[in-house]
Each structure stands twice: as structure tokens, then as C-alpha cells.
Design a protein around this ligand. Structure first.
Ligand code: PMP
Length: 427
């Protein structure tokens, strides 16, 4: 007999903490039982009971071409015939690195890892090693994976669960992480004026996607670039979410700012566990074995992951996929706004490229953490569950960005908007 999500969740909780292998999946903030997924195709996912949903999570980002894309599947199957891992270099790693560099030219040299967390953790260590400084600066509500230095005032699941900073991180480590407000360049300037020569790097999500979706205000990223130049600090764009999504070349292409280092994840693996970090040659040459900063990984550059990533990036480069993605996202965003208005619901919307977020608030323009966290979370939770009943799978937290894929055509978007109209009416 087929087990439903509730039965699977009950079983899972006995053997896996909270029943999940990553916290936000547990529906902790929205309440209820997480969907257990059996399969996915295109813009749709299917739960344990075969119920179909239009999916705006897309495995939290990797599925920019939709689920089960034939080119990625074929690349994985074909590559797997030759063995799953060698722990020795392969030609595929060069092809993949060259492809990434072609799309993100600021990554003059890059190294593959197996997750976004590894990418940011390694980039931070490298920035510290390169500058000989200990302190790092991040922004409140930005999430950069779960490495110790970065779990201070973080977004995503940390924010969803209301845990500002995680126990288990020694004060001696946390004290080196300085946190200021996203989109507030004056706060950054102020801190640099005091201790700029102790700060190894600024790490930023160029479009914040872990406290809902908050684009940079005019001048913010430019200001970060100038400050890093002035104080010889390393500017790290964490493009794990924005990479290949807000534009083919990521946020750095969209906003035309060149960071010193970039971290990538999600889309770069096409669904397989991959991340990467890279940037200026002189910084990257500080990494072992050429340089003194140690960083390694048994499965880094894994052939199956490289094949999936390469197929994903190759497909993304064909045609004008990013115009299609931003048109679809705009249609969705504008449609949600109109549906909310028709039903007397106050809603603010942000979107860039294939990334969007909506906020239950009276405010028109959401640009900072304080505004994002002041929104009506209960209303979001009710809306989330109503949409789920209608067959639309949104991220199960009001602090996560939504993702559109090339498989989201007019039919999927119209289905979503019709569902949203009915759900807003019930709020
Ligand atoms: N950086 C950003 C901007 C992210 O959104 C995430 C994950 N959501 C990470 C880093 C960490 O990536 P991973 O979950 O693959 O470790």
C-alpha cells in the first residue's frame, strides 16, 4: 500500500532528526506535514500520493530548466557508465571550469566543491588567508550556508525558526563576524572607518534571497566595491542563489559590478551536489596546492556532478532563456499583485530575473531586513496552505525567495494566478 506524506513523516521522525535532512523542509514555520516527493517532471512535482503541484521551489534553485530535463538526465546516465568517482582529475572538470569562466568572467580561476556551504566557507578562509585579517562582514538576514563564521544573524532556516545565531559556535569564532543591515551603505562605511584594516572581506548575497527576495538599492553594491577597494578587503558575491538566475552571468552581470571572489551552487550542478568558488587569479593562487590556504574534497569535481552541471549550463546558454525566465517571473509577479488587489489584500512584490518574493504588508517597497521581518507571517502561512491545496507548491517559509524555471509556461502561470485569486479571497 502506498504510504502518504503523514505516514512517511511519522516514520522519518524516528530515525532522522525532525524527519528531514535540512530544516526548512520540515514546514516548521508554516505548520503541517511536509510533502514527501516521489517524482518530478518539468514545472511539476508529485507527492507520495501522486498529487501534482506546480513547483516554485525547484529543489531550492537548481531546477532552472525544470525537473528531469532530458539533456541533464542523458549526461548523467552516459557519464555514470564510466564509473562514479575517481578521486583523480578528469577532462570534464576542465571543460566545466572553462564553461563557468566563459559565463562568469570574473572567475579567472575556480575550484569545484560539493555544496554552497563549502563554497562560501572556503572563500572566507581564502579571503582571511590572503589578507592576513580575521574579521569578516556580512549582512543581517543573508544566509551563506552553515559554516561557523557565517551562522551569525543568518537568514533562511535560521530566520524561519527565529534562531538569530546558532548554539555550538564558539564566541571566539562568532566575534570575528560583523553584521550590518543589508542595503545600508552608511553602516558599512561607519564600521570600515573604525576597523577597516582588520576586515578580510565583505560577503553579500547581491540579491538577498534568504529573507524573502530583496534586491540591492541603487548604489549599494557599487558602494561595497568602493569600500573594499579603499581598504584592500576582498569583496565576495555569494551567487549560490543568484548565479545563472538573475541573469545568465548572475547578479554581477545584471548590476555590472565585478567582485573579487564569487561563490556558486545550486544551478551549477543541475540537481547534483555541486558548488564552486573562484575569482581573481592572485587570490585563487593562494589556495593549496599552489598556495598556503588549505582546502580539499574527496568528491569535489565528481564526474557525474560535472556532467549534470555542464549539461545544465550548456542548455541555459541556448536561445534567450533569461528573457523567457524574466518575462515569466514578471507575469507571475504582476499577476499575484493584481489578484491580491482584486481581493483587498495588501501585498508587496519583489522580483529580479527568475527570482521573486511577495510580502503581506501595507508597505509598497521592501528593501531591508526590518521590513521583511515585520510582514504578516500568519497570513503567509494560511496562503501557503491554501495554495498547496490548490496544487501550487511555494517555499514553506515567508523568508525564502521563489524560483521560476524555463518549464513554467503560460499554462502553469495562469493556473497559479487563478489559484492565487481564490486563495486571496479566502484570507
Ligand atoms: N549561499 C546562499 C546565498 C544560499 O542561498 C545557500 C543555500 N540556500 C547557501 C549559500 C548554502 O548552500 P548549500 O545549501 O548548498 O550548502
Amino acid at each position: 500500500m502506498t504510504k502518504n506524506s503523514q505516514q512517511l513523516f511519522n516514520e522519518a521522525q524516528d530515525v532522522i532528526p525532525g524527519g528531514v535532512n535540512s530544516p526548512v523542509r520540515a514546514f516548521n514555520s508554516v505548520g503541517g506535514t511536509p510533502l514527501f516527493i516521489k517524482k518530478a517532471q518539468g514545472a511539476y512535482i508529485f507527492d507520495a500520493e501522486d498529487k501534482k503541484y506546480v513547483d516554485y521551489v525547484g529543489s531550492w534553485g537548481p531546477m532552472i530548466l525544470g525537473h528531469n530535463h532530458p539533456a541533464i538526465l542523458e549526461a548523467v546516465i552516459e557519464t555514470a557508465q564510466n564509473g562514479l568517482s575517481f578521486g583523480a582529475p578528469t577532462e570534464l572538470e576542465i571543460t566545466m571550469a572553462e564553461k563557468v569562466r566563459e559565463i562568469v568572467p570574473s572567475m579567472e580561476r575556480l575550484r569545484m566543491v560539493s555544496s554552497g556551504t563549502e563554497a562560501t566557507m572556503s572563500a572566507i578562509r581564502l579571503a582571511r588567508g590572503f589578507t592576513g585579517r580575521d574579521k569578516i562582514l556580512k549582512f543581517e538576514g543573508c544566509y551563506h550556508g552553515h559554516a561557523d563564521s557565517l551562522l551569525v544573524k543568518a537568514g533562511s532556516g535560521m530566520l524561519t525558526m527565529g534562531v538569530p545565531s546558532s548554539p555550538g559556535i564558539p564566541e571566539d569564532v562568532a566575534k570575528h563576524t560583523l553584521t550590518v543591515s543589508f542595503n545600508n551603505i552608511d553602516e558599512v562605511k561607519e564600521i570600515f572607518e573604525k576597523i577597516g584594516d582588520e576586515i578580510a572581506c565583505i560577503i553579500v548575497e547581491p540579491v538577498a534571497g534568504n529573507m524573502n527576495c530583496i534586491p540591492p538599492v541603487a548604489g549599494f553594491l557599487e558602494g561595497l566595491r568602493d569600500i573594499c577597494d579603499q581598504y584592500n578587503s576582498v569583496l565576495i558575491f555569494d551567487e549560490v542563489m543568484t548565479g545563472f538566475r538573475v541573469a545568465l552571468g548572475g547578479a554581477q552581470a545584471h548590476y555590472n559590478i565585478v567582485p573579487d571572489l564569487t561563490t556558486l551552487g545550486k544551478v551549477i550542478g543541475g540537481g547534483m551536489p555541486v558548488g564552486a568558488f573562484g575569482g581573481k587569479k592572485e587570490i585563487m593562487d593562494y589556495i593549496a596546492p599552489v598556495g598556503p590556504v588549505y582546502q580539499a574534497g574527496t568528491l569535489s569535481g565528481n564526474p557525474i556532478a560535472m556532467a549534470a552541471g555542464l549539461a545544465s549550463l550548456t542548455e541555459l546558454c541556448k536561445g534567450n532563456k533569461h528573457q523567457q525566465l524574466s518575462d515569466a517571473t514578471e507575469k507571475l509577479a504582476m499577476g499575484l499583485k493584481a489578484a491580491a488587489e482584486r481581493n483587498g489584500v495588501s501585498l508587496a512584490i519583489n522580483y529580479v530575473g527568475a527570482m521573486f518574493g511577495f510580502f503581506f504588508t501595507e508597505e509598497e517597497n521592501i528593501t531591508c531586513f526590518a521590513q521583511a521581518t515585520a510582514c504578516d507571517g500568519d497570513k503567509f502561512n494560511r496562503f501557503f496552505h491554501l495554495m498547496l491545496e490548490e496544487g501550487v507548491y511555494l517555499a514553506p517559509s515567508s523568508f525564502e525567495a521563489g524560483f521560476v524555471s524555463t518549464a513554467h509556461g503560460d499554462a502553469e502561470i495562469e493556473f497559479t494566478l487563478a489559484a492565487a485569486d481564490r486563495c486571496f479571497a479566502k484570507l
